[in-house]
Every structure is written in structure tokens, then in C-alpha cells.
Design a protein around this ligand. Structure first.
Ligand code: COA
Length: 393
């Protein structure tokens, strides 16, 4: 307990709220006015602070959402805004903050947590490991010369939002690792920090077939870059119409930029490879609840088998020991016990779970121990597209 308050919890008063804004301003080199606005937007009840010797030394923002794996939504808590007061750094504050945060998230029933790391050892110590990627896709605007105008593109109206979010949900549910966005991430699509995003929809006779939110960034002289905070197209015609619409910016816009997986399907429509794809980040995942995580994701239909796991976890004793994962009909059932034929730390379970690394690859660097037959079975159960997510949080 600190001054009658627990060592960990939401900021208790205006003084602690100001301390969070100060830590954020210094951690992320942003003006105090911006970090104060961020704290207000995040909401006091959602923020978490660590109190040491009567002062707030560290802060984090858990963000409730979901993530799609094997066509099913798994509850996931994103972590953003991890910061430690400069004078309190290097003394384990961030490590303690993460332990408290993970304990709370597990007790709330989140099987997974995901974050973008500024440094990996801190998060590895808390049980996270690399589990997917975020790429930047940069396309030359003058090569988007598609002759497709049969569908209408018009500015979005508030009445379109339910259909927009439904288009996203249907698209994201088929993509390995995409978010079931909560309000926090949707807000970053519609209102990116210090920029203005404009939304447009692609409309056909039966309703919306796509949408895009874009920011126009001024570069040298009058030249521009068009950054998409989000787009979805649900038909091939809408895909070509969207590219035409983006190409219509080419008098001043040199490049159109967005984020996503290693191979965006839109790139297949381009005549030449007039684009660049660059890795921005590998995101990290923490499996908080081994049985719940394994049971809530989907598995390839038509595949069946029983995988025997032996898991180590420094933080959560409930995750330790042997489990069997029995997969059939696209669903997994977990029971305690079994032969423990595949031995791994909970950290290595994250890239196995998402399909970021094959069991063979994990074994080759010593992240798991298993015989060949077990490795082959696990490779089948956890196969799927390369996990990616376009959103930053
Ligand atoms: C990164 C940060 C949160 C670490 O806080 P901290 O309380 O000093 O961290 P801890 O003392 O718990 O250290 C945990 C591990 O993190 C790593 N770490 C700590 N400070 C680091 C730094 N400045 N740079 C790189 N790695 C660092 C170290 O591996 C450390 O373990 P070690 O001391 O055994 O090597 C803090 O330096 C900070 O607020 N930085 C600016 C904002 C930021 O980067 N936030 C993270 C966003 S994901």
C-alpha cells in the first residue's frame, strides 16, 4: 500500500492524473498538452499506475479488444502507453508494472495480451515473445491508373458507420491476427493523432463494397503522401475502384502508404512491382491462460489430432505442467495431463499459437523440444497465413 492506496491501480486523483501525463510526455517526447489530451481520451478508469514511495513512477494502458485466429475471435488485451518516470528508470519499475498488469488481465479472463515493444528484454521477462508483424506498404501513386469507375465513391456519412464496421469485421475475421477493434483503436482510424483523416465509401447497387480513411500529408513543396489509416474492399470491382480513387490523387501525391501483412492482396492487381514493403515492427504476445487461449481460437477444418504439451511459466503456476490439445472439426479441447511430448516455455507458445514461426523453426533455435512426429502434428494444427495486424496501439 502507498499512502493508503494500493501499489497498483488506476490514477486516484487529479495529481496522479497529471503525473501520468508528465510521464507520458517525457517517455514519448510529446508536448504536455498532447499527453494530457491522451490521458483524458484514454479515461482514468482504464489507465494503470505503479506507486512507489508515495509517487507514481510508471504507467500503462491496457486496451480490451479481440484478435482473430483460425476464424475465431479470441479476447485480447493490448498494452499501450508503457512509461517510467526518467528518474525512476533502471530499477525494475516497468517489470513490476507489467507483472501487476498481467495478473489483473488474467484475472479478468483475457487469454492473450499483445504489445509493440520498444525494448524486448523487459517484455520477454514478463512472458511475451514475437508473434506477428506489421508492414508498411508504399505504392507509387501514378501507377494506380485503373480504368474502373462503375462504382460510386463518396464521402462517408455517420449513417454509414455500422455498415463500415461490419465490412471490417467480416474482412478481419478471415485474416490471421487482425484485431476485433474496440473503441480505442477505431478512434485511431477515424482520428489519428495530430492529423485529419477523411473517410470515403465505395458503393454499389447492393450497398457498401468498401471504404477508406486517409490522411493527406504535405511533403516537399506542394507534394503529398496519402496515408490510409484503414481500408477494406469486399469485391474485386471495389478493389479496382479504390485503387482508381487513390490514383486520382496523383497530380500532387507521389505515394500511397498503408500498413498490413507481408503481401497485401491489392498489390496483386498492379501491373508492375511499383511498390515497397517494409517491416515496421514485430509485435509480441503473452499467452495469459494456456487452456483458454488454445480453446478459443479456431483450427484448420478437416484436420484432427491430439498434441501433448508441457509448458513452463515463471509468472502463472496455472499455466505450468502438461496439457493435451485435441483438435477436430476446427475446434480445440484442452485437458490437463498427457505425455508432454512438446516441451516449451509459455513465451514460445505465442509464435506457435499465431503461426508466426513453425514448430520446426522454433525447435531449430531451441525454443521447444519435441520429436519429429509431434513437430509435424503441431505444424498442421497451427498452420495458416502469416499473422499480421495493421493497427498500432
Ligand atoms: C523502457 C522503460 C519502460 C523501462 O523502464 P524501467 O523501469 O527502467 O525498466 P526495468 O528497470 O524494469 O528494466 C527491465 C528491462 O528493460 C530493459 N530496459 C530498461 N531500460 C531500458 C532502456 N532505456 N533501453 C533499452 N532497454 C531497457 C532492460 O533489459 C531491463 O532489464 P535489465 O536491467 O536486466 O537489463 C523506460 O525506460 C521508459 O519509460 N522508456 C521510454 C518509453 C518507452 O520506451 N516505453 C516502452 C514502450 S513499449
Amino acid at each position: 500500500m502507498e499512502r493508503g492506496r494500493p501499489a497498483f491501480g488506476p490514477p486516484g486523483d487529479a495529481e496522479e492524473q497529471a503525473a501520468v501525463a508528465d510521464i507520458m510526455a517525457q517517455a514519448f517526447a510529446m508536448p504536455l498538452a498532447d499527453s494530457t489530451a491522451w490521458v483524458e481520451k484514454a479515461g482514468l478508469a482504464n489507465l494503470r499506475v505503479l506507486r512507489e514511495k508515495g509517487t507514481v513512477t510508471a504507467t500503462a494502458l491496457p486496451i480490451p479488444m479481440g484478435q482473430w485466429f483460425g476464424g475465431r475471435r479470441v479476447a485480447m488485451a493490448g498494452i499501450g502507453g508503457v512509461g517510467v518516470a526518467p528518474s525512476a528508470r533502471g530499477a525494475g519499475a516497468a517489470t513490476r508494472l507489467m507483472q501487476h498488469t498481467l495478473q489483473e488481465l488474467r484475472s479478468l479472463g483475457f487469454p492473450l495480451s499483445v504489445l509493440y515493444p520498444a525494448t524486448q528484454p523487459l517484455y520477454r521477462r514478463a512472458g511475451y515473445e514475437q508473434a506477428g508483424a506489421r508492414f508498411e506498404i508504399r505504392v507509387q501513386a501514378h501507377r494506380l491508373d485503373f480504368n474502373e469507375r462503375t462504382l460510386q465513391v463518396r464521402p462517408v456519412s455517420p449513417a454509414d458507420l455500422p455498415a463500415v464496421q461490419e465490412l471490417y469485421r467480416r474482412y478481419a475475421s478471415t485474416r490471421q491476427g487482425y484485431l476485433d477493434r474496440g473503441p480505442y483503436v477505431w478512434d485511431r482510424v477515424f482520428h489519428p493523432r495530430s492529423e485529419t483523416a477523411y473517410g470515403y465509401v465505395v458503393e454499389g447497387a447492393q450497398g457498401l463494397e468498401g471504404y477508406v480513411w486517409l490522411v493527406r500529408r504535405r511533403k516537399v513543396d506542394l507534394l503529398q503522401e496519402i496515408f490510409l489509416t484503414d481500408y477494406v474492399v469486399s469485391t474485386p470491382t471495389a478493389a479496382r475502384r479504390l485503387l482508381r480513387f487513390l490514383g486520382d490523387h496523383r497530380s500532387l501525391a507521389q505515394e500511397v502508404v498503408w500498413t498490413g501483412g507481408p503481401m497485401d492482396p491489392l498489390l496483386l492487381l498492379l501491373r508492375e512491382q511499383t511498390y515497397q514493403v517494409k517491416l515496421l515492427f514485430h509485435w509480441m504476445m503473452r499467452v495469459l491462460d494456456v487452456p483458454a487461449a488454445l480453446e478459443s481460437r479456431g483450427y484448420p477444418a478437416g484436420v484432427s489430432g491430439t498434441l501433448h504439451l508441457h509448458v513452463e511459466d515463471d509468472l502463472f503456476p496455472e499455466n505450468r505442467g502438461t496439457f493435451t490439445l485435441e483438435v477436430s472439426g476446427g475446434t480445440g479441447h484442452v485437458q490437463r495431463g498427457g505425455g508432454g511430448l512438446m516441451s516449451l516455455d509459455v513465451r514460445a507458445l505465442a509464435p506457435l499459437y499465431t503461426g508466426f514461426l513453425t514448430p520446426e523453426a522454433l525447435r531449430s533455435v531451441g525454443a521447444l523440444v519435441a520429436d519429429d512426429a509431434t513437430v509435424r502434428l503441431a505444424a498442421t494444427l497451427f498452420s495458416g497465413a502469416s499473422p499480421a495486424l495493421p493497427d498500432m496501439f
